[in-house]
Design a binder for this molecule. Structure first.
Ligand code: ADP
Ligand code: ASP
Ligand code: MG
Length: 819
């Protein structure tokens, strides 16, 4: 015998938690060992499929095959779960005879060309009956389990066009059943009930949540756990807002508002039985039962957020009644809503201007025409007298609701909401704030709702220092940068509230995307396992998500093709950070347009590392120019590779073996000719000259190449092999400088007119270049202010660590500027 007062947990498993045989087993694992009442939905999609059968029959179309599919699906689940069980055959027979009954109803529907709600409820209700019986049979193999057909217990009645539960009657039907048998588990059908006229009814689509709450009350449950396919109630629909996150706690009222305004994860009616008996509701993921989920209760902890959640209702129409005849005339609003009520049209939201000149309200789009007709009839006289100008419908709208107890009595939420929507270019058609102040709803164009939702989500939840980062080219520098971000991000988050989210990594073949953050400790292995084929457009769309306050592309390639895309990135709202010199040293009009476009669109284009890696060269030069100084000359050794080669040359080694050693140490490009040709140095000087406002181009330069002419076209291997043949020639060319006691360097110069010279030249002991060591770079700025003592910047100008750190510094510069 079971004491009803014996505490019991009510668990509700939605269709998504009963989609396959494996899901049923997961349910069994969750409830094992506990005393539970389990309310179930139909397996995922079954209710929709049953509805589709009705639609087909109604339209005189063939439905038999679809019905056979549903039957087969249920058979398969039974076979998988109950194979050797004596109940297996029994369950199969039940399904078969139910499907025969459905076929009968469909035949009638086909004959009549229509069906009434009674037939509809009967057909739709089978899904729950099947899943509950199958689960009961499965659980019964391990623990005493009682199956309850809720249509035999839950009694409903209608009042004011609403369906209510007859609590007393239902309790009377349930109690004897509980007393009649010993059980560990009750398995109860969700969704279905019986009305006072003894007709089989349903509680409306998605109604199993409500059933579960009703049974929680009837069973005096200590808690109700709603198991679904997400980790709780999220700050917004996770399918629409990728950065949405599960809310740890909600008050009943907050949950109700969110559910009412479209958060499908819980049916709004679920809240009422729970409130009445103060039963806490937990929403959890049946595929991830250890995650805490969301707790809904009377009291909830205060959080950092004024706004808890956002939800939206699509396919809404706004109806507007306008006219001078309404001003000061009492009762107009009453007549409007009375006639809608009588017509069974429910009003989602009302917004009346204080002038009383117009009444505006939202209804479901498919009821809009009907509502208009009712109103036209009701206000025929006023329309005839032109007291009411007209009743207009604005279709294709959506309602966005912003919900949170914290908003009560708190100023500024509405302001922030409107501001965010304005910034996102979303037009607000109507506004309503519930008197509870727990909810502000805005009506927007249907097409704008995703944008609105994401913008508002980011506005309320993410710090303005949150950055969506997409990295192109995870080679040596890119990979090092990712490592540096991984190491530093927690500290940045903690100390500076900077939230760096690397959400995409792409190379020429593959791309790896993540909604919030790629696991930077494992991105390489993930790239092998979960990455998809690279598609730059998809990548850009992902990084430039509306729900992130700011987004940046870090281009770590040396590719001209990627640089050509920068204007496109900017047009999509992305900032750009890069060590890639192509855009700044390539076609001059492209360069000019790119800079102008970035400025016009208010986007940052940061490229400190294009010249001398992490050394603060560009920034220094920009400051010199911006503060009105005049650059007289820039002289510099800007190639770490060449710097190394020339510093070793003075020590008596052969040119070819120095090149080999430099390559071995990773100082050169994979093909050392890329460095030896002087092209890289030339590009850097073009970048510097342009920074000074000169229209320099690579084509106008004569560049001394250290690659012997006969080796220009051969393979990289052959080049290294044959280089020793040219040692003598190269050494001979340097001999005069060495003989003068000077050290040769590969040097670029820009004079006051912007002319660039790039050549090998010798420098004596008292020139600053004599201090160069290893892969050092040095730039000497002589300006009106910095003379005769020049401004000298010296340090390692190559290497993955310093280059990556330079890019990282640009990233932080960007975040700081974005406040
Ligand atoms: P079940 O089959 O378990 O009843 P539903 O499909 O009815 O599941 O509800 C869960 C779905 O609700 C989620 O998968 C998600 O797509 C959607 N959803 C909409 N809004 C929210 C929200 N705010 N939080 C979580 N899920 C939401
Ligand atoms: N099976 C019903 C539906 O799909 C009820 C539910 O799942 O909650 O609407
Ligand atoms: Mg549901």
């Amino acid at each position: 015998m079971n004491e009803i007062s014996n505490p019991i947990e009510v668990h509700k498993f939605g269709g998504s938690s009963l989609a396959t045989a494996a899901h049923f087993r997961a349910v069994q694992n969750i409830v094992r060992g506990n005393r539970t009442a389990i309310v179930v939905s139909a397996s995922a999609g079954i209710t929709n499929q049953l509805q589709a059968l009705l639609n087909l029959a109604c339209q005189q179309q063939a439905y038999h095959e679809k019905l056979a599919d549903i039957k087969q699906f249920q058979h398969d689940i039974i076979q998988h779960l109950l194979d050797a069980d004596p109940q297996c055959q029994e369950m199969v027979s039940i399904i078969n005879s139910d499907c025969d009954a459905i076929a009968n109803l469909l035949r009638t529907t086909q004959l009549l060309g229509s069906y009434n709600t009674q037939v509809q409820d009967k057909v739709l209700g089978y899904g729950e009956l099947w899943s509950a019986q199958i689960l009961a049979a499965l659980l019964n193999r391990e623990a005493a389990t009682l199956f309850i057909d809720a249509s035999k217990i839950l009694i409903t009645y209608r009042k004011h066009k609403q369906q209510y539960i007859d609590w007393e009657h239902s309790q009377q039907l349930l109690d004897p059943l509980l007393q009649s048998a010993d059980f560990q588990h009750l398995v109860i059908t969700g969704f279905i009930a019986t009305n006072a006229e003894h007709q089989f009814v349903t509680l409306g689509r998605n109604g199993s949540d409500y059933s579960a709450a009703i049974f929680a009350r009837l069973l005096h449950a200590e808690k109700l756990i709603i198991w679904t396919d997400v980790d709780g109630i999220y700050s917004a629909d996770p399918n629409k807002v990728r950065s949405a996150f599960p809310l740890p706690e909600l008050s009943y009222e907050e949950a109700l508002e969110l559910a009412y305004f479209g958060a499908k994860v819980i049916h709004p009616q679920t809240i009422f039985p729970a409130i009445n008996n103060n039963i806490p509701i937990y929403v959890k993921h049946s595929g991830n039962p250890l995650a805490p989920g969301t707790k809904i209760s009377a009291k909830c902890q205060t959080t950092d957020y004024l706004v808890k959640g956002l939800s939206c209702i699509d396919d809404v129409a706004l109806i507007n009644i306008e006219g001078s005849g309404m001003v000061g005339v009492s009762g107009t609003a009453t007549r409007v809503f009375q006639v809608l009520y009588q017509g069974g049209i429910s009003v989602i939201l009302i917004s009346q201007a204080s002038s009383e000149h117009s009444i505006c309200f939202a209804v479901k789009q498919d009821q809009a025409n009907q509502a208009q007709e009712f109103l036209q009839e009701q206000f025929q006289f006023e329309i005839g007298q032109q007291l009411i100008k007209g009743i207009t419908i604005d279709k294709n709208c959506s309602v966005l609701a912003v919900v949170g107890d914290g908003m009560v009595g708190h100023q500024g939420v509405a302001g922030k909401l409107f501001n965010t929507l304005t910034k996102a270019n979303v037009n607000i058609k109507a506004v309503a704030q519930g008197s509870s102040e727990r909810n502000i709803s805005v009506v927007v164009e249907r097409l704008d709702i995703y944008k609105a939702l994401r913008a508002v989500h980011s506005g309320f939840y993410l710090s303005s220092k949150t950055l969506s980062i997409g990295l192109i080219g995870p080679g040596q520098v890119g990979a090092t940068l990712l490592q540096q971000i991984a190491d530093t991000a927690p500290q940045l988050q903690h100390k500076r509230k900077v939230n760096l989210q690397v959400r995409g990594i792409i190379d020429s073949k593959k791309m790896l995307l993540a909604d919030s953050n790629i696991d930077l400790k494992q991105w390489q292995s993930q790239r092998d396992s979960v990455a998809t084929t690279a598609n730059m457009e998809d990548f850009i769309n992902h990084i430039a998500a509306d729900d992130m306050p700011h987004a940046v592309i870090i281009d770590c390639t040396a590719s001209a093709k990627i640089a050509d895309l920068y204007p496109h990135f900017i047009a999509r709202g992305l900032h750009i950070i890069t060590p890639n010199k192509r855009a700044n040293s390539g076609n001059f009009s492209f360069y000019q347009e790119l800079h102008a476009f970035a400025q016009q669109k208010n986007r940052f284009y940061l490229y400190e590392t294009t010249v001398c890696a992490g050394l603060p060269v560009i920034k220094t030069l920009q400051d010199i120019v911006a503060t009105g100084d005049e650059v007289l000359s820039i002289q510099g050794v800007v190639s770490g590779t060449l710097s190394y080669i020339f510093s070793q040359l003075g020590m008596g080694q052969k040119f070819s073996s120095i090149v080999r050693e430099a390559k071995r140490q990773g100082y050169t490009e994979p093909d050392p000719r890329d460095d030896l040709s002087g092209m890289d140095v030339a590009r850097k000087f073009v970048c510097l000259a342009r920074e000074l406002g000169h229209n320099s181009t690579l084509e106008s330069l004569s560049i001394t190449s250290l690659v012997p002419a006969p080796l220009q076209q051969v393979s990289a291997e052959e080049f290294l092999e044959r280089l020793p043949e040219f040692d003598e020639q190269i050494h001979a060319s340097l001999e005069p400088m060495l003989a003068r006691g000077e050290k040769p360097h590969y040097v670029g110069t820009i004079d006051a007119n912007g002319s660039i010279h790039i050549a090998i030249a010798g420098f004596g002991q008292n020139h600053p270049f004599s201090r160069l060591q290893g892969t050092d770079n040095m730039l000497i700025f002589t300006t009106r202010r910095y003379q005769p003592q020049s401004l000298v910047i010296q340090g390692p100008g190559a290497g993955t660590e310093v280059t990556a750190a330079g890019i990282f510094a640009d990233l932080l510069r960007l975040v700081t500027a974005l406040d």
